[in-house]
Design a protein around this ligand. Structure first.
Ligand code: CMP
Length: 216
């Protein structure tokens, strides 16, 4: 119950609905590397992340792949197939050990019908993802690798005491898969951006500076 209350999607549910929901959801812990769903699969459930992070990707895990997004605690995935009855649009793989809740298609639809707030939360997330996808299309079409890396770092950063900081570990290989560049190119560009003073690495975090390096 307490766990469900902390999930933004169900935060506005009254106590009795939360109790009913608690009987509907299944909790599951998965190790790093688990494939929760694969692109093209038939759809059964929606998943909510309680802890850990997962990557949403397209392509083969051992071949060329593109990372569409990284999702973490409080977020959900697998809603698209439940809404349009299509197959899974992407694969979702745990990049850390994760605690997940799953809700079946039938129960998800019931929640959408019974709660305007839940339906709005789902729509808001869909719109946010569409905005992020538009931004990514813009980056790919209009920015070089310097611009794409800089924009990704900015998008992944959070405000910590007035400074933009990337706190989550982000391997260069994953950055490359998120911006459509090679790992070698990302390494080169990041070294250059760091030397130009665009950011500073402090332990496992990246602190962004206000200054933008001159164009190359
Ligand atoms: P579904 O298509 O059912 O299964 C794959 C899930 O990945 C999808 O639902 C969404 O929840 C999620 N997903 C697909 N594309 C994106 C994206 N661009 N950003 C974030 N999540 C996504």
């Amino acid at each position: 119950m307490t766990v469900l209350k902390s999930v933004p999607m169900f935060g506005s549910f009254p106590e009795d609905q939360l109790r009913a929901l608690a009987r509907m959801v299944m909790r599951r812990s998965v190790p790093r590397g688990s494939v929760i769903m694969a692109e093209g699969d038939r759809v059964d459930s929606l998943y909510i992340v309680l802890s850990g992070r997962l990557k949403v990707m397209m392509g083969e895990a051992d071949g060329k792949e593109v990372i569409l997004s990284i999702i973490g605690p409080g977020e959900f995935f697998g809603e698209m197939g439940l809404i349009d009855d299509g197959p899974r649009s992407a694969s979702v793989i745990a990049i850390e050990p994760c605690d997940l809740l799953s809700v079946t298609k039938r129960d998800f639809r019931k929640c959408m019908i019974e709660s305007y707030d839940t339906a709005m939360t789902v729509m808001r997330v869909l719109v946010r993802r569409l905005r992020a996808a538009d931004r990514k299309i813009g980056s790919l079409a209009m920015l070089d690798v310097y611009g794409r890396v800089a924009r990704l770092l900015l998008d992944m950063s959070e405000n910590v005491n007035g400074q933009r900081v990337v706190t989550k570990r982000l391997p260069k290989q994953d950055i490359a898969k998120m911006i459509g560049a090679s790992r070698e190119m990302v390494s080169l560009v990041m070294k250059d951006l760091e030397m130009s003073g665009y950011f500073e690495v402090r332990g496992s975090t990246i602190v962004l500076r206000d200054t933008i390096p001159p164009p190359h």
